[in-house]
Design a protein around this ligand. Structure first.
Ligand code: FAD
Length: 462
């Protein structure tokens, strides 16, 4: 009898298993995939970041080396070798989780799990018993009506197929201007594809701060990406290795067509709970198909918890990890906690985009008096030396208390810099607290301090 069986070894599940084992529980983790690490390590965060890194290096060599006096022929792309680099990056990471499982004495139950009643998990022909079960089965790409994905054919693909394309397409249409679509779209744009992004809404990066949306779209357009916003895709038809897409402007007007070597469907993800037998177990679901949980990640069934992408909230690896740690602590009799107000979001393009907390509009809509401090990277020496002057740091603070409510960054290292604001927000800091903190020079983080100064008497370098 286990104290805990975790179903799914993504960042939610494997972190939960490790923390529970560290707290002295006897733990098993079921994973149906051949390797540990879930979507994130196998077909998500990690392979996509390897491709982003490689394509960024190519961009630097093609566009910026010569400007720095680094002359010589720009490298060409060996696609097979680049795919090998990506596969190796994935493998070292998934093997790393295997090592951690062994180190923490966690049993990896290989196969697909179903719940066979209270405390019973079936894997293959065997039924395992546990005092507690955590569902961490993650998510899968959402389907789009009229557009049939065939990753093996490589013409109409989802994010998983886009990481494994047989060759670099000359033309690519990305459906959906969210994080995944823009990240993968910018990879292929840098590798030479002509990329067009079609989005149903009137802005890119739905939900992000309006100024970030506008600035970032300009930056991507400068990099050669084209955008068709406010358009509903109706169908995609594959013929002879290319696809023709039909879409209609939402405002009205004639349907249009666009043809490309590759179509990437990046219209979001849906919770994945297939085959678990949740119906039979009597588990309540939300109307959008997520597992329903309370504040302590407990479902309505005794001893059954759920975390990560299969429960409501942002579909992010670090949110899943935080929930994994917290639910393990709850099960071990401690006080697990996740602060959902301080979960950063990052778009790993170049430049990066990062945000945490409230947008300016959301802060205003909450009825507060709001002040905003903004600082452009054009005023930051380090960013300029890297040819990364596009973008800004924007801090949203409460006008009465000076407490930081949110931050939004478009610029170099945005995904690292945002954590300074996360820590500040965790401590309930004011903009002045950040402004009074000495920041090393020359760093891009100085732009964060300058934005904080701009919430008060003013930034220096503008
Ligand atoms: P998952 O990682 O989806 O893991 C669930 C695991 O459960 C899977 O391995 C699955 O095989 C297994 N499973 C499911 N059902 C069963 C069953 N019945 N029995 C046994 N095993 C089962 N997030 C970020 O924070 N940063 C990023 O940069 C980022 N980039 C991304 C890029 C792409 C292309 C994609 C697709 C996603 C990206 N994400 C990113 C999102 C991130 O991958 C997910 O939020 C995260 O993986 C969710 O973790 P999870 O543990 O909930 O589920």
């Amino acid at each position: 009898m286990y104290d805990l069986i975790v179903i799914g070894a993504g960042p939610g599940g494997y972190v939960c298993a490790i923390r529970a084992a560290q707290l002295g529980l006897k733990v098993a983790c079921v994973e149906g995939r051949a390797t540990l690490g879930g979507t994130c390590l196998n077909v998500g965060c990690i392979p996509s970041k390897a491709m982003l890194h490689a394509s960024h290096m190519l961009h630097e060599a093609e566009h910026n080396f010569d400007r720095m006096g680094l002359t010589g022929a720009a490298p060409s792309v060996d696609w097979t070798k680049m795919q090998g680099y990506k596969a190796e990056t994935v493998e070292t990471n998934t093997k790393g989780i295997e090592f951690l499982f062994k180190k923490n004495k966690i049993d990896w139950l290989k196969g697909w799990a179903s719940i066979e009643g209270e405390g019973k998990v079936k894997v293959g022909d065997e039924v395992h018993e546990a005092k507690n079960i955590v569902i961490a089965t993650g998510s899968a790409p959402a389907a789009l009506k009229g557009v049939d994905v065939d990753n093996a054919a490589g013409t109409i693909v989802d994010s998983t197929g886009a990481l494994e394309l047989p060759k670099i397409p000359k033309t690519m249409v990305v459906i959906g201007a969210g994080v995944i679509g823009l990240e993968l779209g910018s990879v292929y744009a840098r590798l030479g594809a002509k990329v067009t992004v079609i989005e149903y809404l009137d802005t890119i990066l739905p939900g992000m701060d309006a100024e970030v949306q506008k600035q970032f779209q300009k930056v991507l357009q400068k990099q050669g990406l084209e955008f068709i916003l406010g358009a509903a895709v109706e169908s995609a038809v594959e013929k002879d290795g290319s696809a023709t897409l039909r879409y209609s402007p939402k405002k009205g007007g004639d349907a249009q067509e666009i043809t490309a070597d590759c179509v990437l469907v990046a219209t979001g993800r849906r919770p994945f709970v297939e085959g678990l037998g949740l119906d039979k177990a009597g588990v309540e679901m939300t109307d959008r198909g997520f597992v329903k949980i309370d504040k302590h990640w407990a479902t309505n069934v005794k001893g059954l918890y759920a975390i990560g992408d299969c429960v409501p909230g942002p579909m992010l690896a670090h949110k899943a990890e935080d929930e994994g740690m917290a639910v393990a602590e709850v099960i071990a009799g401690k006080a697990g906690h996740v602060n959902y107000d301080v979960i950063p979001g990052v778009v790993y393009t170049s430049p990066e985009v990062a945000n945490v907390g409230l947008t300016e509009q959301a802060a205003k809509d909450s009825g507060r008096k709001v002040k905003v401090g903004k600082f452009p990277f054009m005023g930051n020496a380090r960013a300029k030396a890297m040819f990364m002057g596009d973008g800004f740091v924007k801090i949203v603070a409460d006008a009465e208390t000076d407490r930081i409510l949110g931050a939004h960054i478009v610029g170099p290292n945005a995904g690292e810099m945002i954590h300074e604001i996360c820590v500040a927000m965790e401590f309930g800091a004011s903009a002045e607290d950040v402004a009074l903190t000495c920041h090393a020079h020359p760093t891009t983080s100085e732009a964060v301090r300058e934005a904080a100064l701009a919430c008060g008497d003013g930034a220096i370098h503008v």
